[in-house]
Write a protein of this length. Structure first.
Length: 98
């Protein structure tokens, strides 16, 4: 691998680490459940991106199937959390009548 590629991959790791730190702050300070759910979705995307950087650094294709599975699990978990929150926040018949 060239020196420029090493510099870019290390910079990508730095940006991912910074995004992870900001994500932890958002999870801790998130005022609502929806903020935390979005943060978990972003966390799964950051993990997939980190694995992608690792795959590029080691020049292996082994990680690509793992990335695909994690991306699918992240998507399905965020959809299920959104459905749970939407169902929980839906007004009941008593609340609609008043």
């Amino acid at each position: 691998m060239t020196q420029a590629a090493d510099i870019l991959l290390n910079a990508a790791l730095g940006v991912l680490a910074l995004a992870g730190a900001l994500l932890l702050i958002r999870i801790a300070r998130g005022p609502s459940m929806l903020d935390r759910a979005v943060s978990i979705d972003v966390a799964s995307a950051l993990i997939v991106a980190g694995i992608g950087v690792q795959a590029a650094m080691t020049e292996t294709r082994y990680y690509l199937s793992i990335m695909l599975v994690l991306a699918f699990l992240g998507f399905t978990s965020s959809v299920s959390i959104a459905r749970f929150i939407a169902r929980r926040d839906r007004p009941t018949a008593k609340e609609r009548a008043s």
